[in-house]
Design a protein around this ligand. Structure first.
Ligand SMILES: Nc1nc2c(ncn2[C@@H]2O[C@H](COP(=O)(O)OP(=O)(O)OP(=O)(O)O)[C@@H](O)[C@H]2O)c(=O)[nH]1
Length: 540
């Protein structure tokens, strides 16, 4: 007879305990009761015990890591069904123990079951780092990553590491782990996805911080420039340069901009040294000359006064003399006084000659210094009038870009610009207006050109633009855009609006050719543009 009422079930349960010789504890009774009734015990979910088991689960392979995460998920949902599913799926997917491979020995093993010795556990990415989406069923079966994509990604991270992870040890380690993992023969897509997401997340903080540091540094630099500008108001050249520096130190900052800043700061240092030296020398010379002159003047005045008094005394003695005998000593004294006066005058003359010699020597020294400073001024790399690079600055910019192009396997073009009918502009509006027109052209060019392009004044009304990583066709396009911008921004001379145009020749810098040869080619192309009617660009 089978028990149906709770009372009957309870009675049967007690009988069962007795038959099994089990003590009638509440737990034993409950278990026997459910056994008799054919129901499940309503036990509380053993969360703590299961968590303990989960903690002990190994994480040496991506599959193990995935399993542990799914196990944890089922535990945290308090569902036996989920736990059962996770366990059976995992065991069904696991390879037979005898054939358990290592990563190196079994590259052909499917990614989900493939143990990877250098996996997440080794990388230090703990389970808490896992994004839940990485364990969605579709993520687990995502298609494998193509080896060349993995290699390219590894290369990108490799290249970026010194830049982005220099100050972040953790990001550095994560990057290295990621690169190593990417270079394994196979990847477990969810693991890789997670590692990439983690790296990107950390990277975003690093980049944000570096941007902040860069902006703060630039701000500091601008403050320094503004400060120097404020304390050197009496030198227009320095003033102009400092304002250009403040302008140049505006973000965004590129390596080229920094190089330009560096060159400009060098210019300022040279000029400031020049100004300081000249002032110090001039002041010293002036001080010495004035002091000696005043001293001599006082001495001369004193000695003249003294001799004057002595001669006066002699004259009075002569007037009083009544005989030749009375006169003889007076004449004698007058002669001695005259001799002393002559000797004194000679001494003063000698001293003045010496002073003049010293002044001449000092003047020669100032002259020598000026010549030396002129030489130093040759170090200056920017054009005074327009503020763009001068010929020397251009030479080093071209050299720099050529070397960069060789390194990166890219092309560099130059464009030579010559203002059209500039003589007529000078003749009709005056030389100063001509100067302002050149400045206007340089200003428009600076705004119009791409950040990587550099403009310099080659001489007179000729400019050269250096265009890195550019084909001749693209270079022509850049120069034509400048022509359009120049037509859109007319040069204002008082009330008058003046259209400035230029003709240009564009050429590509060939490896191993002297720069002059390329400039000559650009020049020839520019002349063809002039002959063809001006205000146009020709490639050569
Ligand atoms: N205002 C000013 N004029 C300059 C400067 N450098 C050169 N020039 C003048 O630029 C003029 C150039 O004249 P040309 O070489 O005959 O050329 P152009 O009149 O522009 O004629 P095309 O080149 O044929 O269009 C000369 O008169 C120079 O004196 C400068 O720094 N400032």
């Amino acid at each position: 007879m089978s028990a149906t009422t709770p009372k009957e079930i309870a009675r049967e349960a007690v009988r069962l305990l007795a038959a099994r010789r089990l003590p009638p504890t509440p737990d034993n009774f409950q278990a026997a009761y459910h056994e008799v009734a054919g129901t499940r015990p309503l036990q509380p979910f053993p969360l703590a015990q299961l968590r303990q088991i989960a903690q002990a689960l190994p994480e040496r392979t991506p599959a193990q890591v995935r399993f542990k995460a799914l196990f944890n998920k089922a535990v945290s949902r308090h569902t036996w069904d989920d736990l059962e599913k996770v366990l059976t799926q995992h065991l069904a997917a696991a390879p037979a123990p005898a054939s358990t491979p290592t990563a190196a020995a079994a590259p052909a093993t499917p990614p989900a079951a493939s143990p990877v010795t250098d996996g997440p556990a080794a990388s230090g990415f703990g389970p808490s780092d896992f994004a839940p989406s990485a364990f969605a069923p579709d993520a687990a079966h995502a298609p494998p990553i193509a080896p060349e994509i993995a290699e390219q990604t590894a290369r990108i991270i490799d290249i970026a590491q010194p830049l982005v992870a220099a100050d972040d040890r953790r990001l550095h380690d994560m990057g290295e782990e990621l690169v190593r993992y990417l270079r394994l023969p196979e990847h477990h897509p969810p693991t890789l996805r997670r590692m990439l997401a983690d790296y990107a997340y950390r990277l975003s903080f690093g980049v944000e911080e570096q941007t902040g540091v860069r902006e703060a540094l630039l701000g500091l630099l601008r403050q320094v420039f503004e400060h120097i500008d404020a304390i050197s108001p009496d030198n227009p050249w320095l003033r102009q340069q400092m304002q250009a520096l403040v302008q140049a130190a505006q973000p965004p900052l590129s390596q080229r901009r920094l190089e330009d800043l560096q060159a400009r700061v060098k210019d300022v240092i040279v000029k400031q040294a020049e100004a300081r030296e000249q002032t110090v020398r001039a002041q010293e010379l002036m001080r010495q000359t004035l002091a000696t002159f005043l001293e001599r003047l006082a001495q001369t005045a004193a000695s003249i006064g003294q001799y004057h008094a002595e001669f006066e005394a002699c004259a009075q003695a002569l007037e009083r003399a009544e005989s030749l005998a009375d006169m003889a000593p007076v004449v004698q004294e007058a002669i001695q006084t005259a001799r002393a006066f002559a000797a004194d005058t000679q001494r003063v003359a000698d001293e003045l000659t010496d002073l003049r010699d010293r002044a001449n020597r000092a003047e020669a020294e100032v002259e020598r210094l000026r010549a030396e400073l002129d030489q130093m001024a040759e170090l200056v790399t920017h054009d005074l009038l327009t503020g763009v690079l001068n010929r020397k600055g251009l030479a080093s910019a071209i050299d720099r870009e050529t070397r960069r192009a060789e390194r990166t396997g890219t092309r560099v073009c130059i464009a030579l610009l010559d203002v059209d009918d500039f003589k007529r502009l000078n003749d009709t509006l005056g030389h100063l207006a001509g100067d302002a027109a050149l400045k206007h052209l340089a200003d428009v060019a600076r705004r119009s050109l791409r950040p990587q392009d550099t403009i310099g004044r080659y001489g007179g009304e000729e400019f050269i633009i250096v265009l890195p990583d550019t084909t001749p066709e693209e270079a022509c396009g850049v120069v034509q855009r400048l022509q359009r911008d120049l037509s859109a921004h007319l040069f204002l001379q008082g009330e008058q609006k003046v259209l400035i145009t230029f003709s240009a020749g564009v050429t590509e810098l060939q490896h191993d050719e002297p720069v002059d040869a390329a400039i000559a080619r650009a020049d020839a192309a520019m002349y063809r543009a002039k002959r063809a009617g001006k205000n146009r660009v020709m490639a050569g």
